[in-house]
Design a binder for this molecule. Structure first.
Ligand code: TYD
Length: 248
């Protein structure tokens, strides 16, 4: 572990129209709810969510951004992730690699939403209240994009409507082909098992889902960073995006 990282807390891996008969567009309702931004914590803390398809680099960038905020700005940082490390998050992770016996899509969507509220109340909100910069590797936009593949988007929004929108939601944007190739390389070296969403067609549809949310800037503001840049360049852009908002 990089010594300064010890000051960062947390750390999972610290550190279509039905009436016309055309297929229903599952994304059409994305953004039907407008999430109010979290009541600003008067710089008591700041909440960042990093989002993107599998392989986009959110885990690497969570750590790298935390390190920059600690080293360059002296911030107190709390790193976290979803699924969370709490009881519901652990159950979800088991289910994601459970294959045929796994819970159905609706049950999983409810678990993701429950995990999120528990995560926010138990971990995120207290860290914000303590004045920390909280960086979550995935948050509510993941549910709106991933679970809307298999469940009605309006319903996914409804069950997530109590999750406060972060102060800064960043989409690390990478073409799905490239992201899939990265995941395949990682799996070849780590022996990681395949998970529920590790299929080319699903990754393509997930990338489209993130793209639609980004284009519509709904259900809340979404900042996009090109995930195809080098790791250091992505970190630099993230850092500048956060710094500008911390100063504001
Ligand atoms: P993640 O931990 O980012 O993947 P990895 O274990 O490869 O680092 O997330 C696990 C999977 O869960 C990922 O495929 C995305 C999915 N997911 C959802 O479907 N909905 C959600 O709300 C969240 C947070 C994750």
């Amino acid at each position: 572990m990089i010594p300064a990282m010890a000051r960062a807390e947390g750390g999972a891996g610290v550190g279509s129209s039905p009436s016309s008969g055309t297929p229903r567009d599952p994304w059409a309702a994305l953004g039907a709810l407008c999430y109010p931004p979290r009541v600003n914590s008067s710089r008591g803390g700041f909440f960042i969510a990093l989002e993107g398809i599998d392989g986009a680099g959110t885990s690497t960038q969570t750590r790298a951004l935390a390190q920059r905020l600690i080293d360059d700005l002296g911030e107190r940082v709390h790193m976290t992730c979803e699924p969370s490390r709490g009881p519901i998050g652990r159950m979800i992770r088991e289910q994601l690699s459970a294959g045929a016996g796994a819970f159905n899509a609706e049950t999983l969507a409810l678990l993701f939403a429950a995990d999120r509220l528990d995560h926010y109340e138990r971990e995120i909100q207290p860290a914000i209240a303590d004045g920390r910069v909280v960086i979550s590797d995935r948050y509510v936009l993941s549910s709106l994009v991933y679970q809307s593949l298999e469940c009605p988007a309006e319903w996914v929004e409804t069950i997530n409507a109590r999750a406060p929108w972060p102060d800064l939601c960043v989409l690390v944007d990478l073409p799905w082909e490239e992201a899939l190739a990265r995941v395949a390389r990682r799996r070849a070296t780590s022996g990681e098992e395949k998970e529920r969403y590790d299929e080319p067609d699903l990754q393509r549809r997930l990338a489209e889902g993130y793209g639609r949310a980004r284009d519509a800037q709904r259900p809340g503001p979404i900042v996009t960073i090109d995930g195809g840049l080098t790791i250091d360049e992505v970190t630099e852009r993230l850092f500048e995006a956060v710094r500008a908002r911390l100063k504001a």
